[in-house]
Design a protein around this ligand. Structure first.
Ligand code: MG
Length: 161
């Protein structure tokens, strides 16, 4: 059996924060605001995994009102979500991700983001795709007020027969 899941996340860009996207620390004059490390890429991918496995969303599993999740890294969050998916006997088939950011340019960081996602999802590089889009200077992303990410993940039951 196979199931597909979708994920989305948006965080505001603010001064005084590090920019972490897909587990990669990216040099920039601002970072994403949030209770955690605000890694929109990991959050979108984790939500897609939860969606495909029918397990809700990361807000239910890791509420931002719970101090236990203060500062939790996106990579740790994805690892915990993968543990939940594996309990349901799911494995990941592939993932496709879009990062929407007017700046910085993400081209040189995409291989690191891809590798981090592949490791987190238990996939080979070829099974993970990362796209970067600007906001064409319009809307909150185009004005550099926020960065967003979208993800689609396909799961299959590990014990196919
Ligand atoms: Mg988030």
């Amino acid at each position: 059996m196979q199931r597909v899941g979708i994920g989305h996340d948006t965080h505001r860009l603010v001064e005084g924060r590090s920019l972490i996207l897909g587990g990669a620390a990216i040099p920039f004059d601002r970072g994403l605001a949030g209770h955690s490390d605000a890694d929109v890429v990991m959050h979108a991918v984790a939500d897609a995994v939860l969606g495909a496995s029918g397990l809700g969303d990361i807000g239910e599993h890791f509420p931002d009102t719970d101090p236990a999740w203060q500062g939790i890294s996106g990579e740790t969050l994805l690892a915990r979500v993968m543990d939940l998916a594996r309990l349901g006997n799911w494995r990941v088939v592939n993932a496709d991700v879009i990062i929407h950011a007017q700046a910085p340019k993400l081209l040189e960081y995409k291989p690191t983001i891809r590798a981090n996602l592949a490791r987190g999802l238990g996939l080979n590089l070829i099974e993970v795709n990362v796209k970067a889009k600007t906001g064409e200077h319009v809307g909150p992303i185009g004005r550099g007020e926020a960065i967003a990410a979208e993800a689609v993940v396909l799961l299959e039951t590990a014990d196919r027969r």
